[in-house]
Design a protein around this ligand. Structure first.
Ligand code: BGC
Length: 782
């Protein structure tokens, strides 16, 4: 007996150590877990809004099981920076993560390196502030200019979105922090997002919406992916086995962990079965349902074990599992510099001409000339600068935003002072008018913005006498939980009036007018821009945005940003506009699970288009794929952006070796200022019209280094034969047709600079015939 006891005692540490989680004993730990522990682990532990939480203001955490060495791990939102409260109860310190740039700004750089740097900065702050997992990048396709979360997204093109997201994910994960690309998938509107069904062809799903994620998954291998709220061709995305497992795990080979969007779906057991490993933030009723289903056998144990295993595979990679001692001291100075540089590189110069008033003549308005020393800033946004969007993914954590006034002053300009006072008073008066009871304490939707102040001719003449140039800023802010309305796409009467009077009076005195677009999504520019000399789309550039904008205006930075989406002339021009909730008055439909139209109500009434379901009738013709293929005019095409210098594209070569096409081109700076250039590679398939394919599609891009005047760089880009494929529904296969393909070097979707052809052999690959729409869709065809 004594011997047996001694043997047991000797074995105890071994047993204990076998049960302490390590990277190489996950299966054993899964076996050692009780059913209850498993059911807890697949659920989050609530949101951390209370003051005495470890990380107040963060989105959630994962369940810890101390006896098995499974620590709690922590996640936070980030659209443009780690989102957590800056103050903690019983703690005198401040916690201010960096407010990086809006995703749309990042995409406008067309620079994978920039995406990597921003991702790395955020990943580093997550680590240094003691967390593990960042709920970004958001990378839904920009299907419509009114989607409330566009600023969180990248582009209307899957290749640009996928590659920028991949750069970001690689940056985050280079710090050992988990990234979480979201929202998977086709969550392209906020209106009733928790119940809306996106209905689309298998082709549009594969070629456009899945493609962005597929590129990102294959290039960056994210540790986690967040499934979206909406339904897709029937079931909720979070409960769809074919989507989550058949396509992503079986076809793409992804091995990471899925987490649901917060409270997504309506059937926890179905989510487990679909392969959605973790449900956040976790509800007791989900726990009870999973436990009961596991006990009854409705949820097979091997499925639950697989979910648990993938969660543990994530856990063992985290900082908290590895015992990293966070010092709350990331290098905020270095990150601020990244924000300033990337913010400037994402600015898109749309117009820079003297033609608004030929009598003024002279140099182009930008960069501001040597004779420009005094600047008059018009428009409330000039004094109430928007650095990012709102919502859970929004900004509000940064402890400062460099204003436009500060940026310009630091760059050496005199900002016309009386206007600062005038606008400060006007904005305060407007605040009282708009919010007589004070602003609501918590609102996901952006608060109303002040109407523009108007000026008399006399007032303007005084201002003109004290300034060399007028800068008018127009602002648009949006966020999670509500889409924008059609009216928000157009200028308000007051904005139009301001542009008219300022430009007429300034031009009459021989002075120029520049408009800055501090916007979250495309707006109308076509109807008013002929009155203006220069238009600069600054987007929303985070905490350093005043510096970034000033850097571009004064010419310290030569703009090199390109539009990641089309600027259409009117709302309604894009085919997708037909099927979008552009004018839904009932804003309570906007989105949140607690405020959206509840499911029981839904059952009682006939389904309403664009609220209960949205038909993607434009099919693959999203963004430029529509305007370009159907010859429709636009205000500014996808990929457009001017520079202060000029570039020439010389010595284009295009060759094929096996299944890889290689394109090289010399990009030469032919102007008089140093600058960077984005080289866009579009490809046209043979017989594209006959085969119902887009006129041309973006297949690669590159960004040069800073080229001095006269300097050239040889840019090399490759495209695989399989990347030229389109999805053939009948055969359930990707197919690249044999034939002659045209490879185009472009400076926008509408400007082909050089082209060459290559003969490509056929390629095809069969995939699963899944995710069919269960309604008949009236799809657009060429
Ligand atoms: C948003 C997600 C976010 C989550 C947690 C949801 O409302 O859609 O993007 O990560 O909340 O805050």
């Amino acid at each position: 007996m004594k011997k047996i006891l001694l043997a047991i005692i000797a074995l105890l540490p071994l047993v204990a150590s076998a049960q302490q989680l390590r990277a190489d004993n996950i299966d054993e730990v899964v076996n050692a877990m009780t059913l209850e522990e498993k059911c807890h682990l697949v659920l989050g532990c609530g949101m951390h809004f209370n003051d005495d939480a470890k990380f107040p203001g963060t989105a959630g955490s994962t369940f810890s099981i101390a006896r098995l060495g499974i620590p709690e791990t922590y996640c936070a939102d980030s659209q443009q920076g780690l989102r957590m409260d800056s103050k903690r109860a019983w703690d005198h310190n401040d916690y201010f993560p960096t407010d990086f740039v809006a995703s749309m700004t990042l995409a406008s750089t067309w620079d994978r390196e920039a995406a990597y740097k921003v991702g790395k900065g955020i990943g580093n702050e997550v680590k240094e502030f003691g967390l593990d997992w960042i709920l970004s990048p958001s990378m839904n396709l920009i299907r419509n200019p009114l989607c409330g979360r566009n600023h969180e997204y990248y582009s209307e093109d899957p290749y640009l979105s996928g590659t920028i997201a991949a750069g970001y994910v690689c940056g985050v994960q280079s710090e050992g922090t988990a990234a979480c690309p979201k929202h998977f998938i086709a969550n392209n509107q906020e209106t009733n997002r928790n119940n809306n069904i996106s209905q689309m062809s298998q082709r549009a799903l594969r070629e456009i919406y899945l493609k962005a994620f597929e590129i990102m998954v294959k290039e960056s291998n994210p540790w986690t992916i967040m499934t979206s709220y909406n339904k897709l061709n029937g079931p909720y995305a979070v409960q769809n086995y074919d989507l989550l497992t058949t396509i992503v795990r079986d076809e793409w080979g992804w091995k990471g962990m899925y987490v649901s969007d917060w409270n997504a779906g309506d059937d926890a057991v179905a989510a487990m079965k679909a392969g959605n490993d973790m449900l956040q933030p976790g509800q007791d009723k989900q726990y009870q349902a999973i436990l009961a289903a596991a006990k009854s056998g409705e949820l097979p144990m091997e499925i639950l074990d697989a979910n648990v295993k993938r969660i543990l595979e994530y856990v063992v990679k985290t900082h908290n599992f590895k015992g990293y001692k966070a010092g709350n001291n990331p290098n905020l100075k270095v990150h601020a510099q990244v924000v300033r540089e990337v913010g400037a590189d994402g600015i898109v110069l749309l117009k820079n001409e003297t033609s608004a008033n030929p009598s003024i003549g002279g140099e182009k308005p930008l960069p501001l000339g040597k004779n420009v020393k005094r600047v008059a800033l018009f428009g409330c946004t000039s004094y109430d600068w928007i650095s990012g969007g709102s919502g859970f993914g929004g900004t509000s954590v940064g402890h400062y935003t460099v204003s436009l006034v500060e940026g310009l002053r630091t760059a050496g300009y005199e900002v016309y002072k009386p206007l600062i006072g005038t606008y400060t008073k006007h904005i305060a008066d407007e605040e009282k008018r708009l919010f007589p009871e004070g602003r609501p304490k918590f609102s996901l939707q952006p608060p109303a913005r002040a109407d523009e102040k108007q000026f008399t001719a006399d007032e303007l003449n005084n201002i003109i006498a004290g300034s060399d140039v007028a800068i008018i800023s127009l602002g648009r802010k949006s966020g999670e939980a509500a889409d924008r309305s059609e009216a928000d796409f157009y200028l308000k009467e007051g904005e139009k009036e301001l542009i008219k009077t300022v430009s007429e009076t300034y031009h009459a005195k021989g002075k120029k007018v520049v408009v800055l677009l501090d916007i979250c999504s495309p707006i109308d520019v076509a109807s008013w821009q002929n009155q203006i000399d220069a238009v600069v789309c600054t987007w929303q550039g985070g905490q350093e945005s005043g510096f970034s904008v000033a850097d571009v205006l004064c010419g310290k930075v030569n703009p090199s940003g390109k539009l990641p989406m089309t600027f259409q002339i009117n709302y309604g021009d894009a085919y997708a506009d037909k099927n979008f909730p552009a004018n839904v008055d009932d804003k309570t439909l906007g989105a949140m699970f607690m405020w959206g139209r509840n499911k029981d109500d839904n059952k009682k009434r006939a389904p309403q288009a664009n609220i209960d379901f949205t038909n993607y009738e434009e099919d693959i013709y999203v963004g430029y794929r529509y305007f370009d293929s159907f010859d429709k005019p636009v205000a500014y095409p996808f990929g457009f952006g001017l520079s202060y210098t000029t570039f020439a594209y010389e010595n284009l070569t295009c060759s094929i070796d096996g299944d890889i096409v290689t394109v090289t081109v010399d990009v030469k700076n032919t102007g008089s200022r140093a600058g960077r250039n984005v080289v866009e590679l579009f490809v046209a398939a043979p017989n594209s019209k006959k085969l119902n394919k887009p006129e041309k599609e973006l297949r690669n891009y590159a960004k040069t280094k800073l080229l001095k005047p006269g300097q050239a760089e040889t840019v090399t880009m490759t495209v695989k034969t399989e990347d030229l494929a389109s999805f053939n529904e009948k055969a359930s296969a990707w197919k690249t047709d044999a034939g002659v393909y045209t490879f185009m070097i472009c400076s926008s979707a509408n400007n082909v600079e050089a082209q060459a052809t290559v003969k490509v052999k056929a390629w095809s690959q069969k995939v699963h015939n899944v995710m069919k729409p269960n309604v008949k869709l009236n799809l657009l065809k060429r």
